[in-house]
Design a protein around this ligand. Sequence first.
Ligand SMILES: [Mg+2]
Length: 421
Amino acid sequence: MFTDDVMTASPLRESLTMQDADLSHTGETTRQTAPAGAARIAEIRPIMIRVGWRNQLLVKVTTEDGLYGWGESGLSGREGAVTAMVDHFAAFLLGQDSRRIGRVWQECYRSQYFEGGRVITAALSAIDIALHDLLGKRLGVPVHQLLGGAQRERVPTFASTMAKTTDAILADVKTLTDAGWTCVRTYPGGFNDEETFDPRANLPQTAAELIAVREAFGPGLTLGVDLHHRYSVAETASFCNMLPPGTLDFIEEPIRCETPEAYASLRTMTNIPFAIGEEFSSKWEAARYLDAGLAQFMRLDICNIGGFTEAMKVAGLSERHYVDLMPHNPLGPVCTAASVHLSAAVPNFSWLEVRQSPVEQLGFHDWEIFPVQMEMDGPDYRVPDGPGLGVEVNEEMIPAKEAGFVETPHLKRPDGSVTNW
Ligand SMILES: [Mg+2]
């Protein structure tokens, strides 16, 4: 990936986070200031830090009585834009009642004529998660209790292997199954190459790897592959045709998600369940896939979809279609904590993605900077019972974790044309 240290703070930030931000041009009635004594929002602070090889955009919301909550934004690699959006929201959220979370959601999503979009919902997600953390702490209950309470005693996860050869993949799956995992995901062969990706050359390699895993571990293993929307419809169809029936339990995001009709076309060419949704930024986007029968697992990302408020609605839409959530969880401990509470509270759930396993430690769950975070018990997360999310940030470490410019690899096909990372 490309990184350097040219990231600078948004020039808008200081003025837009000031408590007396000038909204006079919109009329004084625009600002919904809560009465004194309410749990009024005193500060909304975006904090961008480098953890591992990439940035995490945390948001800390503090109320006048000194309580605070943490949120995280999921638009990885575009943190600068989301920071500016959080700052803009702060200008009209300061002074509001932090407990009116559903109303805050509506005001952020719909306050401008051009509602919605990924930057808006990534910022809104972080604020919504932080407000839930705050309310849980205020009431002395875990966030999952605010969502109806825990439906399960533990939150099962699926683990991934990014190994590059068949032998290494088999070794990783052995390590994972020995440690108790029953659901494992692989990536396309050569996933970690940083310059070129040739789908046609990749298809037989990835198919052979998956066939080898199925032959070695039998039908009891739940096996998926994340194709990272690198294929076309035709390439995905060819790939599926290379797999004997029963090889795969889910195929994740083989193509991009702008066009549900493309997935509808692909749906006629394979019977492998689709796991889709990590890029969705609203219930309206998710509904287009659920209503058309195109998502068999809902991969929503709580840090992009719009926080708990929107995630619970997508969970309800999914439940109506007998589709289980398989939440995307590729970020840091705040995202993981929010995802664990969501996963605990919804009835329709399969596995939560985990990026810390015996075969994969990406470094995003740094215990030095996050001294309190979700704990695993084998392949499961424990359902937390403390107040709020159950994650804390060592803020003294923040200056040492200065964020920088991060851009994921710009992949090319062998002919030099652009393809997705
Ligand atoms: Mg994915």
